[in-house]
Design a binder for this molecule. Structure first.
Ligand SMILES: Nc1ncnc2c1ncn2[C@@H]1O[C@H](COP(=O)(O)OP(=O)(O)OP(=O)(O)O)[C@@H](O)[C@H]1O
Length: 360
């Protein structure tokens, strides 16, 4: 495995700047997730590392070697796409063996068999090796597609939304397996996804991209708890972070320059409207209760602003009820949308409230 480094890399298409002065290092054995809205430049970044695109400026290095002018085949990277991209007429075994039989990586047949069987076991498709690739479920096909990348032991894996074509259940299963594989192989992986659960659970670090620019790179926890800006804060969290003008709710400790408050569900303490929450609580109208099974989204309105928070599905709440909400150590942003440090909270953040279970 090897380190991947992008140093001040830019790529434009006509007037669109797809990747803008991007510098990022994926350490040996790290899994870095690129997260960002559509068109942010995630796929272009992977293609630049793969050598499928050339940077206009800047340098991509793999294992410390600059890749200027090195074609894709010379870069020792394996790419897993969103689409299955299998050879339908071949068996699972032959699909997996294909990269090892290419003239560039030619290996003796017993070594190929051993490696294919090892990877098939890792992906739990060993019992399907004799099947035609088309006679597989969607999840199995995608395992084979991932397996085709894994057999080769390249320096770097590039994965572009490898799980997004799968249904939620299969995606959750394969997500766990990818995590296990990553831990077992110690692989260097640059991974693109829209799915923030994938980002939070798989990533060593997350890079948040927007319009070709890298807004922040950090561990999932850093990016979630200490986002650099409103834009970054809005990328992580379910339900999405509540953003509203400073002054809507009392925010003790918010610096004077605060213009926008960012309140995730754990930053809002809920309680009955009887004054028991304390002097900083304000009334909020329950607009809607959205039951999701193990939890509910509570759609609230206070001071003319909508808020969405998680609530216990058994909380006795209905549209039209009034409850009390209080801010506890929220995120503070200045007029430019940059986060500014708030004074330490006077109280511990809300864990359990009468209307909400403790966050896991
Ligand atoms: N071959 C191309 N020709 C012209 N424009 C392109 C080309 N490839 C990408 N772009 C543009 O570059 C920008 C970044 O595209 P890219 O595919 O990297 O985004 P992305 O973050 O991967 O988006 P998505 O999540 O939708 O896949 C977009 O504005 C896109 O339209």
């Amino acid at each position: 495995m090897a380190e991947v480094a992008l140093d001040a890399v830019s790529r434009r298409y006509g007037s669109t700047v797809a990747v803008d002065d991007l510098s990022l290092t994926v350490g040996d054995g790290e899994l870095v997730v690129l997260l960002g809205p559509t068109g942010a430049g995630k796929t272009t970044t992977l293609r630049l590392v793969a050598g499928l695109e050339r940077p206009e400026s800047g340098t991509v290095s793999i294992g410390g070697l600059p890749m200027d002018g090195v074609p894709p085949a010379g870069r020792d990277v394996a790419f897993v796409f969103q689409q299955f991209s299998l050879y339908p007429h071949l068996t699972v075994f032959d699909n997996l063996a294909f990269p090892l039989r290419s003239p560039l990586h030619r290996q003796p047949e017993p070594a190929i068999r051993a490696r294919v069987e090892e990877i098939a076991a890792l992906l739990r498709i060993g019992h399907k090796l004799g099947n035609r690739a088309t006679r597989l479920s969607g999840g199995e096909m995608q395992r084979v597609a991932i397996g085709r990348a894994l057999v080769r032991r390249p320096a770097v894996y590039l994965m572009d939304e490898p799980l997004s074509a799968l249904d939620a259940k299969l995606r959750a299963g394969l997500r766990l397996e990818l995590k296990r594989i990553k831990d077992e192989l110690g692989a260097t992986i640059l991974y693109v996804t829209h799915d923030q659960i994938e980002a939070m659970t798989l990533a060593t670090r997350i890079g948040v991209l927007d319009r070709g620019r890298l807004l922040q790179v950090g561990t999932p926890r850093e990016v979630y708890e200490r986002p650099r800006s409103v834009q970054v804060a809005a990328r992580l969290g379910t339900p999405a972070i509540n953003l509203f003008p400073a002054g809507l709710l009392p925010a003790p400790g918010a610096p004077p320059a605060t213009r926008t408050i960012g309140a995730r569900t754990e930053h809002l303490r809920l309680g009955p409207p009887d004054g028991s929450l304390g002097p900083n609580a304000r009334p909020a109208l329950v607009r809607r209760v959205e039951h999701l099974g193990d939890q509910s989204y509570l759609h609230l309105e206070t001071g003319g602003h909508a808020l969405v928070v998680l609530a216990d599905p058994h909380a006795p709440l209905r549209a039209g009820d009034t409850i009390a909400v209080e801010l506890v150590a929220p995120l503070c942003f200045d007029a430019a949308g940059e986060r500014i440090e708030a004074a330490p909270p006077a109280r511990e953040p809300a864990a359990a409230t009468p209307l909400r279970r403790a966050q896991p």
